[in-house]
Design a protein around this ligand. Structure first.
Ligand code: 8YV
Length: 312
């Protein structure tokens, strides 16, 4: 009898690897657990979890022998870790292997905004270049002040990249880091006031809900650009939409949204937003590494060995 359930949408390669190692039952989301018969559920000790649907205590209680939830992703805000710990359930994630790709997407969206690459591309494709001439001048990246909100593993990679673009790095974190070339701000509004561009690299979850406030967006101002590669929940999205519509914020580069993939249609009408479909870690190489780390955690748990990347 299988001891593992794989929840979520897996690539063919990950699916094959999961089957060959663990022969799991596959279901689309946590809500589908209730459709499995009681005997199957009673035998499950391990969940390989992928996706962003809530995995709460009530879901965990459907699996009385559950000992591990191995998350595919560094962010585990969908999993109620407090509820898991209370039930003796371990949770693992896939940190580090995706830092570079997520940082690349953040920098890419910022450059797309500054150099108006989406609009300039449309200009050339539409024939305007040959009919109307040069595309309008846009904005220089080098020499600007960039702010990073959250200087964790991914935030640091973003800062390193922007420093290589000769930007002056400012950041907010819970505490000052040993980064003498970068300027710490204990007050996120003061950070937003100081910089030209702000990149959000916070961990998702209740502690960072609406961390980027209306006040921060106002402080960033009509020439400011907000980039978010963390979670839609970290930004007051209603305030962001208002600011973008009214031009009190210059623009945004967003890889994450509330209610994704059903994002607020107000975003579609905005010309000052670069929209990415939550694809920060979405390269073949990185997703393969994330899948491998998830499976390595499942294998370690089933073998009674130490977990590779535990979060509780
Ligand atoms: C993926 C992510 O979209 O790692 C994360 O926290 O948000 C992304 O890498 C996701 O985990 C894949 O389901």
């Amino acid at each position: 009898m299988t001891a593992t359930i794989a929840i979520g949408s897996y690539s063919d390669t990950d699916k094959a690897a999961l089957i060959s190692s663990f022969d799991p039952v596959f279901i689309a989301g946590p809500a589908d657990l209730a459709t499995l018969d009681e005997t199957t559920r009673a035998g499950i000790t391990t969940v390989a979890f992928k996706g962003h649907a809530p995995f709460d205590g009530a879901v965990m209680d459907l699996l009385p022998k559950l000992g591990l939830i191995a998350n595919f992703g560094v962010g585990y805000d969908a999993i109620d870790v407090v509820a898991a710990s209370a039930r003796g359930i371990k949770v693992t994630n896939t940190p580090d292997v995706l830092n570079d790709d997520v940082a690349d997407i953040a920098v890419g969206m910022l450059l797309m905004q500054l150099r108006e690459m989406e609009k300039a591309s449309a200009w050339a494709r539409s024939g305007s270049w040959k009919d109307k001439g040069e595309y309008r001048l846009n904005r220089k990246a080098s020499g600007a002040k960039a702010g990073i909100v959250g200087l964790g593993r991914i935030g640091r990679e973003i800062a390193n990249r922007l420093a290589a673009f000769k930007m002056d790095i400012h950041y907010f974190a819970r505490s000052e880091k040993d980064t003498p070339d970068w300027t710490y701000h204990a007050d996120p509004v003061a950070l937003a006031q100081e910089v030209d561009y702000l990149v959000v690299a916070l961990v998702g979850g209740p502690d960072t809900e609406n961390f980027v406030t209306k006040e921060m967006l106002a402080a960033l101002g009509p020439r400011g650009i907000l980039v978010n590669i963390s979670r839609g929940s970290t930004v007051d999205e209603a305030a962001l939409l208002d600011a973008l519509e009214q031009g009190t914020l210059g623009g945004a580069g967003l890889d994450v949204f509330r209610n994704e993939p059903h994002i607020d249609p107000r975003f579609y009408a905005l010309e000052n937003v670069v929209i990415q479909p939550h694809q920060g870690s979405g390269t073949v190489e990185t997703r393969a590494a994330m899948g491998q780390l998830q499976r390595d955690n499942v294998a370690a748990f089933l073998a009674g060995s130490a977990l590779l990347t535990p979060v509780n």
